[in-house]
Design a protein around this ligand. Structure first.
Ligand code: ADP
Length: 443
């Protein structure tokens, strides 16, 4: 039987029963009975409608909170409960899927912003908050261009050319360089993906600067040599005095280029992570005596060079790398200390750690330059550096050698008074005389 006839059985029974009553009790009683039952039925319907309305307005809309009904309403409420149950199940599944999606996108290293058809923020992950200076709680439904105001970004968004990414210097909260890419999806929605390329850009700038610096360093000696060669080839009558002078200057420039290339090769070896240090026990005392002799020949009697060796402890490290670092510091001290100045080369143990330092009474360095001295080609006074044969790479080499030996490199200086360059080696690299005896006995 269909639902309609099932629902109509009550009404049909009432009409039939009233029709039977009519001949027995008369029309008035039959109609009165019919009206009373109809009235009761209408009141029942109104009661159920009120219950339904109340449920719709105030309840939490769970299946358990659906009111109980009577007759046809019982069926209707049972259907409603079934519908609410399935609906809430799929809503739960949907919200779980959404949570999973948000967790996954939150874990991504890239920033993700979901924009609606008029570029308002619908959602973003924490990385995007950090990249673009967004606070999702406050900025939801805000136009993205109110938060990322840089002109290139506003133009990029307006152009709607999604194939090309945009490189943006984000300065609102921090100095970040971001790669931004818009990806259209759904109904006029967009994903804005941001990637932090600050490190990459910095490396790229360093690479560009490095090439520019090397080219600049090589250009001067090459120009000098090229100039002389041109003059010599143009000259008909050889002038032996001039030729001799030209040859001396050309060989000076050649030496300068050789030093530059040697330092560049040393730096490249030190920077190569594959190139592990060849460690051995180094007798620092012997190395520093050799270094003092080299320094005296470089100074040519113009400075007083002292050697203070307070320990016979040896150092575990690379012979060639440490010699290169120490000799760079000693030659700098000579080059930046005027005639008559004092230079000391020192080796001692401090709190179990090995301390090598070079102290000079030279020209010193203004404090603002100190943090940048280990950058490649950074010089306080370029002409003085070049005149004295400097390549601008010495302290960069010292820093790399220190790092490779887990040592700390520190510069302290007073302009006009002198400087101290110290390398502090960790205790694990120090071999004390008692260790040496134990090893000798064991052998
Ligand atoms: P350079 O070949 O120019 O000496 P370095 O890397 O060895 O290159 O040093 C970088 C700069 O640090 C030098 O150009 C110089 O300005 C400064 N400097 C280094 N050592 C000293 C020192 N002992 N006294 C004063 N300035 C120094």
């Amino acid at each position: 039987m269909s639902g309609f006839w099932q629902r109509s059985i009550g009404l049909i029974s009432l009409i039939l029963f009233s029709a039977v009553l009519w001949p027995i009790f008369g029309a008035v009683y039959a109609l009165l009975f019919f009206s009373v039952v109809m009235l009761w039925s209408i009141i029942q319907h109104m009661r159920h409608i009120a219950k339904l309305e109340q449920w719709l307005q105030h309840s939490d809309h769970t299946a358990a909170s659906i009111p109980e009904g009577f007759g046809a309403w019982d069926d209707a409420f049972a259907h409603l409960a079934r519908y609410v149950r399935t609906h809430s199940q799929s809503r739960e599944q949907l919200s779980l899927a959404l949570q999973r999606m948000q967790r996954a996108t939150s874990a991504m290293p890239d920033g993700i912003v979901i924009l609606d058809e008029v570029d308002r923020i619908e959602w973003c992950n924490p990385v995007a908050e950090q990249h673009l200076g967004i606070k999702l709680d406050l900025d939801i439904d805000q136009q993205i261009i109110h938060l990322v105001r840089q002109v290139p970004f506003v133009e990029y968004l307006a152009a709607r050319k999604y194939s090309k990414p945009l490189i943006l210097n984000q300065t609102r909260h921090q100095k970040l360089v971001l790669l931004l890419q818009l990806v259209p999806y759904g109904y006029k929605q967009k994903l804005l993906i941001s990637r932090d390329i600050t490190r990459f850009e910095r490396l790229e700038t360093m690479r560009r600067d490095f090439i520019a610096n090397v080219s600049h360093e090589l250009r001067t000696p090459l120009t000098v040599i090229g100039g002389f060669l041109e003059t010599l080839s143009d000259e008909n009558d050889a002038n032996p005095k001039l030729n001799k002078r030209a040859l001396v200057l050309m060989s000076e420039q050649t030496v300068r280029m050789q030093h530059l290339v040697e330092d560049l090769l040393t730096l490249s070896r030190l920077e190569n992570a594959q190139n592990k240090i060849k460690e051995k026990e180094i007798d620092i005392s012997t190395m520093l005596h050799d270094l003092q002799m080299e320094a005296e020949s470089l100074s040519n009697g113009h400075h007083q060079i002292k050697l203070n060796i307070a320990t016979s402890s040896r150092l575990l490290g690379s012979d060639s790398e440490l010699h290169s670092a120490f000799s760079n510091l000693v030659s700098n001290a000579i080059r930046y200390t005027p005639e008559g100045g004092e230079i000391s080369i020192n080796w001692e143990i401090q709190d179990g750690r090995g301390l090598f330092y070079v102290q000079d009474s030279g020209i010193g360095i203004e404090p603002e330059h100190i943090p940048r001295l280990t950058e490649r080609f950074y010089r306080v006074d370029s002409s003085r550096s070049r005149e004295t044969g400097g390549t601008g790479l010495g302290l960069a080499i010292v820093k790399h050698v220190s790092n490779r030996h887990q040592a700390r490199f520190k510069i302290t200086s007073k302009a006009g008074k002198g400087s101290r360059f110290r390398i502090q080696f960790p205790a694990k690299r120090i071999i004390t005389p008692s260790d040496q005896t134990t090893q000798a006995v064991a052998k």
